[in-house]
Design a protein around this ligand. Structure first.
Ligand code: NAD
Ligand code: DAU
Length: 339
């Protein structure tokens, strides 16, 4: 029997990279095709242990390159697409939104056209809770799949646009799709521009950690492995056309998260530096995952063990993040923060 072919876009990034590993382990009967442009956020060193596998394939391409993507789909006839590739960092979308529109909106449309041209069996679009906008600090309100989309940053506006495109290909052309909207992820290979890996790397080096505003903003953290298992479930069991929220009820203020990391590394809170707030900074995100739980999903990690393991992972994999923070990233960091 021919192996099913799964195209994973953005499989050299944080979540896509973890997902490629997860799928090779869990579903050795599939052929996994990792398509990635290898932007600043993508690297293949995370795949050194799987690159020789006969059911793992890498394709370097830009999802917005229509000609290349259309001919690739024609050649490979993918059974499933799991679409992670995106510009993912909110702060970068505030300083330079254009690339977000090209990759996140146009790139998604190109992939949809390509999947439509060969009747792919399922297109899973990996989106974000940020499309819902923000919640008040009131701890009794949550994002459900029916919460209206009110994106506040250029990043989340492009993700919401791509969600609407995916929805439209289902409604107009009957394409089998799911949209997943997950809360903040953490775990191995998280790029050090994001709060948790940025804090770990800076605290480890006794450097100041920039905390936006008063640090009271709340994010709902989920271990990346739990995100992977949720997407796997939605890919196989999700009802076509449906949206699924993903989250594990782990709300923390940014200050709590930073202090947890400082304590674990046995350093001092005076490393915290309050800096001017992010423009349009969303106050709080919190996911109601009931619909996904009804499909049979349960997260494995609680935040305390997940963050402790993640810190250990960063300590054991210094060469990965040190190589990033000493390169081009250093220019980005110095422009973004004056610490
Ligand atoms: P990331 O920035 O770590 O990785 C993005 C990957 O996409 C990189 O490997 C990059 O090279 C690739 N890429 C970017 N532009 C491309 C293009 N034009 N063509 C091909 N590849 C391209 O992102 P991440 O944090 O792993 O997020 C992955 C997806 O999950 C995104 O769609 C994001 O919106 C979504 N998401 C992220 C989180 C989170 O907490 N990080 C939470 C919910 C949803
Ligand atoms: O909610 C899901 C989203 O989570 C994903 O869609 C995004 O791709 C992902 O980047 C993430 O977005 P956030 O903006 O929430 O993540 P970030 O790590 O950038 O910031 C987390 C919180 O920490 C946020 O309230 C801003 C704050 N922050 C961030 C940085 C980088 C700081 O206080 N200081 C910082 O230096």
């Amino acid at each position: 029997m021919l192996k099913k072919k799964i195209l994973v876009t953005g499989g050299a990034g944080f979540i896509g990279g973890n997902f490629v590993h997860y799928m090779l382990e869990k579903h050795p009967q599939y052929d996994i095709y990792n398509l990635d442009q290898l932007t600043y956020a993508g690297d293949l060193t995370k795949h050194y242990d799987i690159e020789a596998k006969s059911n793992y394939h890498f394709i370097k391409a830009d999802i917005s390159d229509r000609k290349t993507i259309m001919s690739l789909f024609k050649k490979e006839q993918f059974d499933y697409v799991v679409h992670f590739a995106a510009e993912s960092h909110v702060d970068r979308s505030i300083t330079d939104p254009e690339i977000f529109i090209r990759t996140n909106v146009l790139g998604t449309q190109v992939l949809l056209d390509a999947a439509k041209s060969i009747y792919t069996s399922k297109f899973v679009h990996v989106s974000t809770d940020e499309v819902y906008g923000e919640l008040d600090f009131e701890p009794t309100t949550y994002f459900t799949e029916d919460t209206p989309l009110q994106p506040n940053s250029p990043y989340s506006a492009t993700k919401a646009s791509s969600d609407f495109l995916v929805r439209s290909y289902h409604e107009t052309f009957g394409m089998p799709v799911n949209i997943t909207r997950c809360s903040n992820n953490y775990g191995p290979y998280h790029f050090p521009e994001k709060l948790i890996p940025l804090t770990i790397s800076r605290v480890f080096n006794d450097e100041k950690v920039p905390v936006y505003g008063d640090g009271r903003n709340i994010r709902d953290w989920l271990h990346v492995q739990d995100h992977c298992s949720a997407i796997d479930l939605v890919l196989h069991e999700g009802e076509s056309g449906e949206v699924y929220n993903i989250g594990g009820h782990n709300e923390r203020t940014n200050l709590d998260v930073v202090k947890t990391i400082i304590n674990t590394l046995e350093k001092n809170d005076d490393l915290i530096e309050f800096v001017p707030d992010r423009l349009g900074h969303d106050k709080r995100y919190a996911i109601d995952p009931t619909k996904l739980e009804e499909l049979g999903w349960k997260p494995k990690y609680n935040f305390e063990t997940g963050i402790a393991q993640t810190i250990q992972w960063y300590l054991g994999n210094k060469q990965w993040w040190e190589q990033i923070i000493s390169g081009e990233y250093k220019n980005y960091f110095d422009k973004q923060y004056s610490l």
